[in-house]
Design a protein around this ligand. Structure first.
Ligand SMILES: [Zn+2]
Length: 67
């Protein structure tokens, strides 16, 4: 059981690292709501607020694993 919890925590940490490394602030959020925090987008991710989709190609397995 504790293994499952560790794996879950590891995945969460990985997400945080992915965002730190490849995340960019949504330009639409910055344009229309400069005083609010912009959504951090990974490649091909859609902003839930304004539906902007990050145009960068999806991360390769190597890039994904590298974070
Ligand atoms: Zn946005």
């Amino acid at each position: 059981m504790s293994d499952m919890i560790d794996a879950h925590k590891g995945m969460k940490d990985h997400k945080v690292r992915l965002r730190a490394r490849y995340g960019v602030e949504c330009p639409e959020c910055k344009k229309f709501r400069p005083r609010a925090n912009a959504t951090i987008l990974l490649p091909q991710q859609r902003c839930k607020v304004d539906r902007y989709v990050d145009p960068r190609p999806e991360l390769t397995d190597a890039e994904w694993g590298d974070a």
